[in-house]
Design a protein around this ligand. Structure first.
Ligand SMILES: O=C(O)C(=O)/C=C/C=C/O
Length: 499
């Protein structure tokens, strides 16, 4: 491992950029690298230095030391001020972060600007301020001797927090975890997805330049078996682990941390429903379901892959969706008005296309899409798929029950509220649901009956960062957001004083 002060270097021999790990304030290359591929055209963006067990050990040890260094002595106000400086640093290099995110994912530049990087800044600022202003509990207690007792709660750092984040909203989700973990006084060893390492690596430079002390924030790259993610999960020096990704991986991580009885926060998969009642604002519902089905090429854990439409408007709704899907512009990230980019990788595209084939085998009517677009240029080497709509499948179909994580939805009619609530709840997942209705009483009633962590009514993915975020069943464990993050990233202790 050679140590340098820069997040990346040029591999002159190959003419490639090499992304580094960041451990104890130093950027480390390694003799093992993997390729980071641009999903727009299949080109190589960079080589990524893979962190071996020794590097992960070094990172955890540095993070442990940092807890008792200057970082551990900061007041919450001083910590918050540093996190605001990190947010300032992201803003100062905003376009570099946009470019990094777009290179790794091929998403429209407009989305990277208005969602991904903007939310990274918001995540740091929100949790810096929440940590400063959050209250804790105090209970005055009556006692038999009449003197009473006082109970008050204190939040203390957990220690070293392990972060494993996904490729679908890379910097948004990476900072959704790193920001509160640091705001609560912890130190962090974080592993971004191998599919989207660039923005997290750039963040390491911003952390260093903002004055975050060495060892407080550490970044390790890797993927697959026997790699940084596993080393991190199993490491005895990790006090808690937060993970966003597939449910099956979450289950594997849970087994790995079980012996150490570590705290885990999981934001996992979903097979989310959108429910459109006949009394909804039709155009708003069409626009909303287009967003919730095709945003980020359907690669958001909150996307609607199941759409239920009340029968009187079913045919009209399907026709409107078919027309709108035909108008979606698939293109290069920098093109004006582009709605959708490629999937994250050829591997993920193979998975989505396997469901496109399965749907036909299960008897779906392919209302729109169902294949691979042909551009006649370098995008044909990318990972694009057509946005797709199905109808006609039974609720038991695999395409209606399994998470596909692509730009696709199945639309089915329903007749009564009781029926659709039961069908929405008939799922192994329970993350999010979007309801479209102008009947206020029904909105409240149905929202409470649906077994998920997040319900949106007449909107989708409208986020107040103070609210709890997470799912039930296979969609996850725990809640993050607002004080829920403060409670997860802290040891909460009660102190009882006898008066
Ligand atoms: O918006 C958020 O804070 C969030 O966690 C989004 C998660 C999306 C997962 O695919």
């Amino acid at each position: 491992m050679d140590q340098t002060s820069q997040a990346s270097t040029d591999n002159a021999a190959q003419g490639r950029t090499v992304l580094r790990n960041y451990v104890d304030g130093e950027f480390l290359s390694s003799d093992r690298t993997f390729l980071n591929i641009n999903p727009v055209d299949g080109s190589v963006i960079a080589e990524v230095s893979e962190a071996d067990q020794a590097t992960v050990d070094r990172a955890v040890q540095a993070a442990q030391r940092a807890l008792s260094g200057p970082w551990g002595k900061l007041s919450v106000q001083e910590r918050a001020a540093m996190l605001h400086k990190v947010a300032d640093g992201i803003e100062a290099r905003f376009e570099e972060f946009v470019a990094a995110e777009v290179a790794d994912t091929g998403r429209p530049v407009q989305q990277a600007r208005t969602l991904d990087i903007a939310r990274a800044v918001a995540n740091f600022r929100t949790f810096a301020d929440l940590a400063k202003t959050a209250n804790t509990d105090l209970y005055e207690m009556h006692t038999a001797d009449g003197a009473g007792a006082l109970n008050y709660t204190v939040r203390k750092p957990l220690g070293v927090v392990g972060v494993i984040s996904p490729w679908n909203l890379p910097l948004l989700l990476f900072t959704w975890k790193v920001a509160p973990a640091l705001a609560c006084g912890n130190t962090v060893v974080a592993k971004p997805s191998e599919e989207s390492p660039s923005s997290a690596t750039l963040l390491a430079e911003v952390m260093r330049d903002a004055g975050i002390p060495p060892g407080v924030f550490n970044l390790v790259h890797g993927f697959g078996k026997d790699s940084a993610g596993e080393f991190l999960t199993r490491h005895p020096g990790i006090a808690a682990l937060t993970f966003t990704g597939e449910s099956s991986t979450g289950s594997t991580i849970m087994k790995a941390v079980a012996d150490g009885v570590k705290e885990v926060s999981f934001e996992l998969g979903g097979k989310n429903a959108a429910v459109v009642f006949a009394d909804s604002d039709f155009d708003a519902a069409v626009a909303g379901v287009m967003r919730s089905s095709f945003t980020n090429a359907g690669q958001v854990c909150l996307c609607s892959e199941r759409v239920y439409v009340e029968r009187p408007i079913f045919d009209r709704f399907v026709a409107a969706m078919r027309e709108r899907v035909g108008q979606l512009k698939l293109g290069f990230p920098h093109e004006d008005g582009v709605d959708m980019g490629p999937l994250i990788s050829h591997g993920h595209r193979d998975k989505v296309l396997s469901y496109y084939r399965l749907a036909r085998e299960e008897g779906a009517t392919v209302v729109a899409g169902g294949g691979v677009p042909r551009f006649g240029d370098e995008r044909d080497q990318g990972a694009y798929v057509e946005p797709t709509i199905w109808t006609g499948l039974p609720d038991t179909a695999r395409c209606v029950r399994e998470e596909i994580f692509g730009p696709v939805c199945h639309i089915a009619p329903f007749d009564t509220e009781d029926e659709v609530v039961a069908r929405v709840n008939d799922s192994d997942y329970g993350l999010a649901c979007a309801l479209w209705t102008n009947n206020l009483t029904r909105a409240h009633r149905a929202a409470r009956r649906i077994h998920v962590g997040l319900v949106w009514v007449n909107t989708w993915y409208l986020r107040d960062l103070r609210t709890p975020f997470g799912g039930v069943k296979l969609s996850g464990l725990g809640r993050e957001g607002g004080r829920y993050s403060l409670d997860f990233y802290s040891d909460v202790s009660n102190i009882c004083i006898k008066l």
